[in-house]
Write a protein that binds this ligand. Structure first.
Ligand code: PDD
Length: 281
């Protein structure tokens, strides 16, 4: 069934949606995006996503193409028109259409595109296997740009090795997964995840899960960790709006814990779903 998507003020069947070949998102990856989870036909973590979108745009000298309220309404309309129960909404804002020039164009209206993706978010998860790989991305990973070739190539290294994802490494320390934030649990039950900086994306699920970690009285250290530490961890997991909290069962062919989804990740995922559901709008 064809989806109804949103392009610059219009809701159209996906086959009819069009963006110019001169769009700077296409020519320069001059664009930012968000992926917002949907559960029970409702939006999760709205404030977090819209705040991060505004920040990403601001860092690139762009502005919101519509108001926050209008954007929320577009999300809701897409959920209605596509009868989306579980999944996500992808949103992209580009600097708009202009003849090819490295300098930013002046006063060009932004391009705004949104579409839905149905995805099961609540079934128990099997966990994934990761490899480590060099982080070859640029230095502003805190901005959620659509320059995703480096993580895409890195993900393919994992696929070629028969694994699910890669934990990217810079200066000897794990930055994050190709499209998620990375965590380990030490022998004494402390959760370790990299501190926020320009080296990683400031995950919205990360922020929500770390709040739950504090509420649950679980010890937390926000600092970089090595692949060697990960291999010795009691548990490992990742977070993202597309999976919530999901266990990592293997790092570079080394089994983590007993090779099954760990109790901390499983509990955090359950609590996260419960809390996010309550707060969904
Ligand atoms: N990716 N780190 C990176 C590099 C990411 O691309 C993502 C999200 C995250 C997790 O952020 P959040 O919790 O806000 O989803 C961390 C999205 C889901 C994607 O590209 O599909």
């Amino acid at each position: 069934m064809s989806r109804i998507v949103y392009v610059n003020g219009e809701y159209v069947p996906e086959e009819e949606a069009k963006v110019s070949i001169f769009d700077r998102g296409f020519l320069f990856a001059d664009a930012v995006y968000e992926v917002t989870a949907v559960l029970d036909g409702k939006i999760l973590e709205w404030e977090g996503h819209v705040n991060r979108l505004e920040r990403s745009l601001g860092e690139l000298g762009m502005t919101m193409p519509v108001t926050r309220d209008e954007l929320l309404e577009i999300h809701r309309e897409l959920i209605r028109r596509n009868t989306l129960d579980q999944g996500g909404i992808y949103l992209q804002v580009t600097r708009g259409v202009a003849d090819r020039d490295f300098a930013f164009p002046k006063d060009t209206p932004e391009t705004l595109v949104l579409f839905t993706q149905a995805r099961n978010l609540t079934d128990p998860k099997d966990g994934i296997k990761v490899i480590s790989a060099p982080d070859i991305r640029w230095q502003r990973r805190d901005i959620k740009t659509v320059q995703l070739l480096a993580p895409s190539m890195t993900k393919m290294l994992a696929k070629k090795a028969g694994k699910d994802d890669a934990w990217m490494v810079e200066d000897g320390y794990v930055t994050e997964g190709t499209s998620n934030n990375a965590y380990i649990v030490t022998e004494d039950g402390t959760i370790v995840t990299r501190n926020l900086s320009n080296s990683i994306l400031h995950g919205i699920t990360r922020a929500a899960v770390l709040k739950l970690v504090a509420e649950q009285g679980i010890k937390l250290e926000e600092r970089p960790f090595t692949v060697e530490e990960a291999k010795k961890a009691k548990e490992a997991f990742f977070t993202a709006a597309t999976a919530f909290v999901c266990s990592v069962l293997e790092v570079d062919n080394v089994t983590i814990g007993d090779g099954k989804p760990g109790p901390i990740a499983t509990r955090l995922n359950d609590i996260y779903i419960e809390e996010a559901r309550k707060a969904a709008i």
